[in-house]
Design a protein around this ligand. Structure first.
Ligand code: PLP
Length: 442
């Protein structure tokens, strides 16, 4: 019998050091709805602020409910420390703002969630942080864009709509030659991929999606692997090697390992500087909802992936479908990356292009009876959307082409309903989709 406590099914329920609430022995994680925490005395208060002692100060920066979630997400990803934040968007913003300042650049994959593209191209550029885009089909594209102001590489494990698995180890290895950390967004592939095992330094999630799983709360997380040497090249990572005037001149790269015994300056700086200054704290009520979802994430991912594979086989044979996009349905070497990086399933998302183009796509979505037509991904329910007119509608033609969204592309997030019911719904909607084409022509 396996007693390995690092199985994801077990971590999701028991990960971190929470057994029961220390104050009440409650087994379910209590929602600590408090903004503040009583200091024992003035020395205790001063020590907490000076980071000489670790403990609760104020819920914008930490909270005991969030703490349980943070420890579990860190354990699930095989990292050392985690900071939860108010959304996945905050997680990606903080991950960049924690390493880069005006004049610096980040080299990012072109295969990104549309909201991340907007954040990078519009908001971060206005703050003076340049995002350079590299096509991940060839990892060497990342190296070509490095200069002495490059502070991090950024990628998504299983980005939609292309659903091409990111070459994590290949890009991480390039980064480590230059002391550049790889930040991975693992939102679409918790449990089935652990980017840290392949060299990622930082892993972020929109917990809103598969980890929460039920579409009930918006949340994000940033995991620090503890595997990156932030002090190896002080010029490369100034934010971790120069005195921080906002915190009494502390040098984060040196001080955090000394104070905590763990190499997690990225997580500590994100918490005590970015949450302190920018807010975006996760409400403990939402942390509770995400903790409940997290408990079943391993089970759900298995079912999502199993159903998705059956759906792919069905769609490949359907007369109205011209193309099926799935992590394993690519040419080599891209398809091999799915086998190399994903374990226990090839992902829950499937893309299709329809014979009848955009009009057929719209009729198809409107004809679905069980699927929900929503912007979200990662719900127990099956979901469908037409990205070109919704999630990716703020991208220009060039950005759309780079992100792989065609006008007729429909994204499906396969839920955990019985697969026969999923296929039946798809089949009846696909059979109606050609009528949309005829209607458009007439
Ligand atoms: N990253 C990915 C891959 C996403 O799909 C999303 C949202 O769809 C986000 C980040 C942003 O997450 P949130 O909606 O929680 O802000």
């Amino acid at each position: 019998m396996s007693t390995k406590r690092n199985n994801p099914e077990t971590i999701a329920i028991h990960g971190g050091d929470y057994k029961s609430d220390p104050a009440t022995n409650a087994v379910a994680v209590p929602i600590y709805r408090t903004t503040s925490y009583q200091f024992n005395n003035t020395e205790h208060a001063a020590n907490l602020f000076a980071l000489k002692e670790f403990g609760n100060i104020y819920t914008r920066i930490m909270n005991p409910t969030n703490d349980v979630l943070e420890k579990r997400v860190a354990a699930l990803e095989g990292g050392l420390s985690c900071v939860t934040v108010s959304s996945g968007q905050t997680a990606s913003s903080f991950a960049i703002l924690n390493v880069a300042q005006a004049g610096d650049n980040i080299v990012s994959s072109t295969d990104l969630y549309g909201g991340t593209v907007s954040l990078f191209t519009h908001t971060l550029s206005k703050l003076g942080i340049e995002i350079r885009y590299a096509d991940p089909s060839d990892p060497k594209n990342f190296e070509k864009m490095v200069d002495d102001k490059t502070r991090a590489f950024y990628g998504e494990t299983l980005p939609n709509p292309y659903l091409r698995v990111f070459p994590i180890k290949e890009v991480s290895d390039i980064g480590r030659k230059y002391n550049i950390p790889l930040i991975m967004d693992n939102t679409a592939s918790p449990v089935i991929c652990k980017p840290i095992e392949h060299g990622a330094a930082i892993v972020i999630h929109s917990l809103t999606k598969y980890i929460g799983g039920h579409g009930t709360a918006v949340a994000g997380s940033i995991v620090d692997s503890g595997n990156f040497d932030w002090t190896a090249d002080p010029k490369r990572q100034p934010l971790f090697n120069e005195p921080d005037a906002s915190y009494g001149g502390v040098i984060w790269g040196k001080a955090v390992p000394e104070l905590t015994g763990a190499n997690v300056p990225f997580a500590v700086r994100a918490r005590v500087c970015l949450l302190r200054d920018l807010g975006s704290a996760l409400a403990p009520d939402n942390a509770f909802a995400i903790i409940q979802g997290l408990e079943t994430v391993a089970l759900r991912m298995k079912q999502h992936c199993e159903n998705a594979e059956k759906v792919v086989n069905f769609l490949k044979k359907h007369k109205e479908v011209t193309k099926v996009i799935y992590s394993t349905e690519h040419n080599k070497p891209i398809a091999d990356r799915a086998k190399k990086y994903l374990r226990g399933g090839y992902g829950p998302m499937v893309g299709i292009e329809l014979k009848g183009g955009i009009e057929a796509g719209k009729t198809f979505i409107e004809s679905l009876k069980m699927f929900y037509h929503v912007a979200n991904i990662g719900d127990v329910r099956s979901l469908a959307i037409h990205p070109a007119s919704t999630t990716h509608s703020q991208l220009n033609e060039k950005e759309l082409a780079a992100s792989g969204v065609t006008q007729s592309y429909v994204r499906l997030c396969i839920g955990i309903e019985h697969v026969d019911d999923i296929i039946e719904d798809l089949n009846q909607a696909l059979n109606k989709s050609s009528k949309g084409k005829l209607r458009a022509v007439s």
